[in-house]
Write a protein that binds this ligand. Structure first.
Ligand code: GLP
Length: 223
């Protein structure tokens, strides 16, 4: 698979924001899967700057820690701070994986499912919180986070002991049902895993490698 190299983080962010903005302008009732993490911050900034009409858009976040959603470091808080509170999106149209997970998946699939999915990649090749070894058929579920992910994500918390040990995540099978997928990665530390995932063996040991089986994926990277 081709990994498209962008000149810098600003270019990467604006390119992905343009893809999302175009989707919303052309299809105001779009259903989007959205990521969290540091890579997507620039994309959200650019999307907010564009003052789009989000009033008919529905969003589905990839994952959330098992923690109080009002906690300042939850993904609910991240999304409110970086997107939802700065646009005219309806809070009722902003969804996070919840239990019972089947009801969550039903909600995603009404009216022909997800139009566009934006993904990041973890340093161990995870997408959402599907850690290495996750089944390619997996659906939304509660998972244990790997030591690597807890370590990587500890930078967002006051101490590593504060990082939740579990999360609720869309499955790999769930993500693959999106009509179009964009994978975004930033930083030299992501390049090797990105190459392995996009051009190496398709294996459950590298969850992002499942994307090689999707017919509409674009991959963008800057170092
Ligand atoms: C978390 C999220 C992933 C995200 C990854 C990369 O683990 N669950 O969905 O892709 O972080 O984050 P960052 O962009 O901060 O490297």
């Amino acid at each position: 698979m081709e990994i498209k190299l962008l000149k810098d983080y600003e270019k990467l962010s604006s390119l992905v924001a343009v893809i999302v903005a175009t989707q919303i302008l052309e299809h105001p009732q779009s259903k989007l899967i959205l990521p969290t993490g540091s890579t997507s911050l620039g994309m959200y900034e650019e999307l907010v700057r564009r003052k789009l009409d989000w009033s008919l858009v529905s969003t589905f976040n990839l994952d959330e820690y098992i923690m109080n959603p009002d906690h300042p470091y939850s993904y609910h808080s991240y999304m409110r701070k970086n997107l939802f509170d700065k646009t005219n999106i309806y809070p009722d149209n902003c969804h996070f994986p919840f239990r019972p997970t089947l009801s969550f998946e039903d909600k995603m699939n009404v009216n022909k499912g997800i139009d566009l999915c934006i993904l990041g990649i973890g340093s161990n090749g995870h997408i959402a919180f599907n850690e290495p070894g996750s089944s390619f058929k997996s659906r939304t579920r509660v998972v244990d986070l790997s030591e690597q992910t807890i370590q990587d994500n500890s930078r967002f918390f006051d101490s590593i002991d504060d990082v939740p040990k579990q999360a609720i995540t869309m499955g790999l099978g769930t993500i693959m049902e999106s009509k179009k997928i964009i994978l975004v990665a930033n930083g030299k530390h992501k390049l090797n895993i990105l190459k392995v995932a996009m051009n190496g063996e398709v294996t459950e040991d590298v969850p992002a490698s499942i994307l090689q089986k999707h017919n509409d994926v674009e991959v963008f990277y800057c170092d």
